[in-house]
Design a protein around this ligand. Structure first.
Ligand SMILES: Cc1ncc(COP(=O)(O)O)c(C=O)c1O
Length: 386
């Protein structure tokens, strides 16, 4: 038996995306070449750009392809900071629950590049405290170079007040960037409606391939390049396009948007059923962020009296894949900074598992997990008592 409940880490590729990618792999032609092979690949690529732009509510020219999501994230944060600093702004504002792909470049800017870093706290449900931003901006608004806040948290699924943050920033002319990787196709999201300056997305969280990330960057808001070369992508991200992954990303985005309502309702119902049952079946278990709006697929549950690393291995032995937090920091013996920011202590943060459901998750898989998980918790607790 194999039950995959780690869709927030990466999703299985959809059959249609695999088919599109395979077809593109056998095509020859660099999209920057002027001959007909090149022009044909360019046509596929630009068609894909249009589809992704439609899915995210942006203009096609605002889509900039990167190889990795982390690369797009790092570039956006650093370059927006440098642009702000050039006009005398030195503050970088992020939230305490950002993924390491933002947290670490922000810390790097502070440690190595003279930025002053302000980290906004969250409430007990894991929602960013906008009142802290109001206070900061009222005294130092004209010093802020960039604000970077995620749209939905990858450990709890909790949706963040992006619209309110953009509104606040607007009065001080501050660009806002958002890591929307967990939110894209899971909750309504429109780049232009939100008024963001930049947003980052990834294909492998929505049934697309690994190795392709997107920076959505407001048209006219040009930023300097980190890599120099062929001048592709508004001269911001040089390098030959990864056409097979881009084409497959567009197919996955299309599919996910086409069944947006049905899939999200179904996944949300499964998640709610799982959460309700597990809290009932396992004494003292509780769901993190239960009082906030969340994307449908993620549920973070704390099981006091257990060690999540041990639980993970016990569940793995039963064929169930889940996570202790974000996959990128899993395996490192550190309590989750997200849960600590929400008020957990080291111990309870280390007793928490993230289950993430996706398009391929079935009711049977959830029922089997509900059978196995309480037994695993019980034996882990007994072992801890010995
Ligand atoms: C919210 C969030 N941001 C960034 C990342 C990093 O993405 P990648 O490892 O694909 O570069 C992840 C991956 O789990 C994530 O969940």
């Amino acid at each position: 038996m194999s039950i995959y409940l780690d869709h927030a880490a990466t999703t299985p590729m959809s059959p249609a995306a695999i088919e599109a990618m395979t077809a593109q792999l056998v095509k020859v032609g660099n999209p920057s070449s002027l001959h007909s092979d090149g022009r044909s690949t360019r046509k596929d690529l630009e068609g894909s750009r249009d589809h992704i732009a439609t899915a995210i509510g942006s203009h096609s020219r605002e889509i900039i392809f990167f190889f990795f999501f982390t690369e797009a994230n790092n570039t956006a944060l650093k370059v927006l900071f440098w642009k702000g600093r050039a006009s005398g702004r030195n503050l970088v504002v992020i939230s305490a629950i950002e993924h390491h792909a933002i947290l670490d470049p922000a810390l790097w800017l502070a440690e190595h590049d003279g930025a002053e870093l302000v980290i906004l706290g969250v409430d007990a449900n894991g929602v960013i405290r906008t009142e802290e931003l109001v206070d900061l901006l009222s005294s130092r608004g004209d010093e802020v170079a960039v604000i970077s806040v995620m749209a939905a948290n990858n450990e709890t699924g909790v949706l963040q007040p992006i619209r309110a943050i953009v509104e606040l920033a607007k009065h001080y002319g501050i660009p806002v960037r958002s890591d929307a990787v967990q939110c894209f196709t899971k909750s309504p999201l429109s780049f232009s409606d939100l008024g963001l300056t930049a947003m980052t997305l990834s294909a492998h969280k929505i049934g697309g391939p690994l190795g392709i990330g997107v920076l959505v960057l407001q048209a006219g808001f040009d930023i300097p390049a980190l890599l120099h070369g062929g001048g592709q992508e508004r001269d911001i991200r040089s390098g030959t396009f990864n056409a097979p992954s881009i084409v497959a990303f567009a197919i996955a985005a299309n599919e996910s948007m086409n069944d947006f309502d049905l899939r999200n309702e179904r996944v949300g119902r499964l998640r709610d059923h799982f959460a309700t049952e597990i809290v009932e079946k396992v004494p003292d278990a509780y769901v993190n962020g239960a009082g906030a709006d969340r994307i449908p697929g993620i549920v973070s549950v704390t099981f006091p009296g257990t060690e999540s690393d041990t639980l993970l291995l016990l569940l793995d032995a039963q064929g169930i894949s889940c996570s202790t937090g974000s996959a990128c920091s899993a395996g490192v013996q550190r309590p989750s900074h997200v849960l600590l920011a929400m008020g957990h202590d080291d111990r309870s943060a280390r007793s928490t598992l993230r289950f993430s459901l996706g398009a391929t998750t079935t009711r049977d898989e959830i029922e089997s997990t509900l059978e196995i998980l309480p037994k695993v918790i019980e034996s882990a607790r007994l072992a801890n008592l010995r």
